[in-house]
Design a protein around this ligand. Structure first.
Ligand code: XMP
Length: 555
C-alpha cells in the first residue's frame, strides 16, 4: 500500500467499507491521480451530486432529489473533483446512459467518487459502471429488458427499501446485466430478466438496474428518499426560504458597495431575480423596464406598479414604443422582427445604463435548464457571479459583472422563491410570454392600430380563461391577429374585418404542446365577446394544431 497522504487516506476509508481487494483495485483505477480527492469550501451547502452519463432522465434524478428538499446538482461524469468544491457532497448518484461499460472509450467512474467513501447510488449504466470499476463483471443480456418489470425484494429489511412492499412495478431500459458482483457486494432484489436488479456492498454503495426517477416507477420516489435519508443521512433542509437567505448573503458579499442594474421584462425569471437582489442590496439596485409597446393590455402598468408600489424597487420605466414601432415599420419577416426588437432593446438598455453613471453588476434571470443546455456546470450553490464583458451585446468597454442568482433553479423552484419573496401570484405563475411580444402575434406588418386590436381581443381571451379557472392548467392562451380579412355580417351591415386565431395549448415544457380541449361553451363565450366588443374583428377561429408539427407561436 502506498503511503502518500492522499492515497493512504482514501485507502483507509475504502478499508472501512470492509474490503482490501477493492482498495487494491482502486489503486490501479487511478486513486492517486491528481484531482482524485474531494474537498469542500468552508460553509459549502450540503448537496447530492448527480454524475451524468447521458441518460435522457438524468435531469429528472436531480429534480427528484430537490423535491425531497435536498440540494442537488447534475454535472458531466468527467467533472474534476475541484469543480465540486463549492458543495459539501453528501452522496453521489451515477445516472444511466447509452454506453456499455465494456466498450472502448466508455465513460468511467472518477476515482474521487470511491475515494471519498461517500454513499453512491448507481442507476442502470451507473450500476454497471460501479460493478465494472469495483471488479465485478457486466455482460450483454440475451433479452433486453425494456419497459415495465416487477421487482422482487430479496432483502426487504434493507434501509433502501424502507416502506416498500415485497414486490413492486418498476421501469427498466437496459441491454447489459451484471453477471458477477464486485467483491463484497450482494444482490438484494431481482426481476425476471435480471437476477441482480439491486445490489449493495452492505454499507453505503448501491446499484439499481431500473429507473426510480421516472413516473413509470411509481414508488421510485420512496427509493430515492430512502437513499437520501436512510443511507446518506441528508438533512433535507433545502427550502425556498433557506435558498433566499443563502443567496442574499452571497449577493451582499459579492456586490459590496457596487451598483447593480437589472432589465425587467415582466416575466417571472427577471422579476424573481430582481426581487432577490433587491432584498440583498436594496437601493444599490436599479431596474430598467424597457416598454417596447408590444406587451399585453395593462401589462406595463402592472410591472411598474408591482415593482415601485409593492416592492419599493428603484425602477426606470422607459416608454420606447415609438422607437420599436419605427424599427418594425414594413417588416413582415418574423426573424427580422425578432432581430430588430433585440437590437433596439440592447441599444436602449445601453443608453439607460450609461446614463446611470457608475454601474458594476448586471442581474440576469438565467435558470438551470439554460445552464445545463449550455453545459456550463460547476457553479456556486447560492449565486453564480462571473466576470463578463460584452454582456448580451453590450459594448466591450462596458465591463459588467454578471449576477445570476437563479442559475441553479428549475422553473417551479424559481416560482417558489418568488412566492417566498412576496411577489404577487399573477407575476409568479404568469404564463410564458415571448420577448418579441405581440409583434410575433400580429401576422405581417406590425402597426399601432393592429396592436391595439390584438390587445383588446387578447385581453378577452385571458379574461374568459381566468373566469373559467383554467388559466393554471394551460401553458399559454392568447390571440393571434392574422393577415386574413373576411366578409361578415354584424347587425344589418356587411363587414370586412380581421380574423383572429385563438392559440391555447397545454404543455409540460415548450418542446412539445397540444391544443387545449376547452369546453365549447368557453370557446363560444370568447368568440362572442371578441366579435361583439372588438369592432374590427368579425371572425374567430380555433387553432387545433399540436406542436409538432406547428409551433406554439404563429411566427
Ligand atoms: P414556439 O413558437 O417555438 O414557442 O413553439 C415555444 C415557446 O417559446 C416562446 N417563444 C419565444 N420566447 N423569444 C422568447 O423569449 C422568442 O423569440 C420566442 N419565440 C417563441 C413561446 O411563447 C413558447 O412559450
Amino acid at each position: 500500500m502506498d503511503t502518500t497522504t492522499e492515497s493512504s487516506a482514501s485507502a483507509d476509508r475504502i478499508r472501512t467499507s470492509g474490503d482490501t481487494e477493492v482498495a487494491t483495485y482502486l489503486e490501479v483505477a487511478g486513486a492517486r491521480e491528481p484531482g482524485a480527492v474531494l474537498t469542500s469550501a468552508p460553509n459549502a451547502p450540503e448537496a447530492v451530486v448527480v454524475l451524468d452519463y447521458g441518460s435522457q432522465f438524468s435531469m429528472l434524478i436531480t429534480r427528484r432529489i430537490r423535491e425531497a428538499s435536498v440540494y442537488s446538482e447534475m454535472v458531466p461524469w468527467d467533472t474534476p473533483a475541484e469543480k465540486l468544491s463549492h458543495l459539501r457532497v453528501q452522496a453521489f448518484i451515477l445516472s444511466g446512459g447509452p454506453s456499455s461499460v465494456y466498450e472502448d472509450g466508455a465513460p468511467t467512474l472518477p476515482a474521487y467518487v470511491i475515494n471519498s467513501g461517500l454513499p453512491v447510488l448507481g442507476i442502470c449504466y451507473g450500476m454497471q459502471l460501479l460493478t465494472h470499476t469495483l471488479g465485478g463483471r457486466v455482460e450483454p443480456s440475451e433479452e433486453r429488458e425494456y419497459g415495465h418489470a416487477i421487482l422482487n425484494l430479496t432483502e426487504a429489511a434493507n434501509p433502501l427499501f424502507k416502506g416498500l412492499p415485497g414486490s413492486l412495478p418498476v421501469w427498466a431500459s437496459h441491454g447489459d446485466k451484471v453477471t458477477q458482483l464486485p467483491p463484497g457486494f450482494h444482490g438484494i432484489a431481482q426481476s425476471d430478466n435480471a437476477p441482480v436488479a439491486v445490489m449493495t456492498d452492505g454499507a453505503n454503495r448501491f446499484g439499481i438496474l431500473f429507473h426510480p426517477e421516472v413516473v413509470h416507477t411509481p414508488q421510485g420516489d420512496t427509493l430515492i428518499r430512502n437513499f437520501l435519508f436512510e443511507v446518506a443521512n441528508c438533512s433535507g433542509d433545502w427550502t425556498a426560504g433557506n435558498f433566499v437567505d443563502e443567496s442574499v448573503e452571497a449577493i451582499k458579499k459579492a456586490v459590496g458597495n457596487g451598483q447593480v442594474i437589472c432589465a425587467l421584462s415582466g416575466g417571472v425569471d427577471s422579476a424573481v431575480a430582481a426581487a432577490l437582489v433587491h432584498r440583498a442590496v436594496g437601493e444599490q439596485l436599479t431596474c430598467i423596464f424597457v416598454d417596447n409597446g408590444l406587451l399585453r393590455l395593462g401589462e406595463a402598468e402592472r410591472v411598474v406598479e408591482t415593482f415601485t408600489k409593492h416592492m419599493a424597487i428603484k425602477l426606470r420605466h422607459v416608454d420606447a414604443t415609438d422607437r420599436f414601432l419605427e424599427q418594425l415599420a414594413e417588416v413582415v419577416n418574423p426573424e427580422t422582427k425578432r432581430k430588430r426588437i433585440g437590437e433596439t432593446f440592447i441599444r436602449l438598455f445601453e443608453d439607460e445604463t450609461r446614463s446611470l453613471g457608475r454601474v458594476d453588476f448586471l442581474v440576469q434571470g438565467t435558470t438551470y435548464p439554460d445552464v445545463i443546455e449550455s453545459a456550463s456546470t460547476g457553479n456556486n450553490a447560492a449565486v453564480k457571479i462571473k466576470s463578463h464583458h460584452n454582456v448580451g451585446g453590450l459594448p466591450k468597454d462596458m465591463r459588467l459583472t454578471l449576477i445570476e442568482p437563479l442559475r441553479n433553479l428549475f422553473k417551479d423552484e424559481v416560482r417558489r422563491v418568488g412566492k417566498e419573496l412576496g411577489l404577487p401570484d399573477e407575476m409568479v405563475f404568469r404564463q410564458p410570454f415571448p420577448g418579441p411580444g405581440l409583434a410575433i402575434r400580429v401576422i405581417g406588418e406590425v402597426t399601432r392600430d393592429k396592436l391595439e386590436v390584438l390587445r383588446r381581443a387578447d385581453w378577452i381571451v385571458m379574461d374568459e380563461i381566468k373566469k373559467a379557472q383554467v388559466y393554471y392548467d394551460l401553458w399559454q392562451a392568447f390571440a393571434v391577429l392574422t393577415d386574413t380579412k373576411s366578409v361578415g355580417v354584424q347587425g344589418d351591415f356587411r363587414t370586412y374585418g380581421f380574423t383572429v386565431a385563438l392559440r391555447i395549448v397545454t404543455a409540460e415544457d415548450a418542446m412539445t404542446a397540444d391544443w387545449a380541449r376547452l369546453p365549447y361553451d368557453l370557446l363560444a363565450a370568447i368568440s362572442n365577446r371578441i366579435t361583439n366588443e372588438v369592432r374590427e374583428i368579425n371572425r374567430v377561429v380555433y387553432d387545433i394544431t399540436s406542436k409538432p408539427p406547428g409551433t406554439i407561436e404563429w411566427e
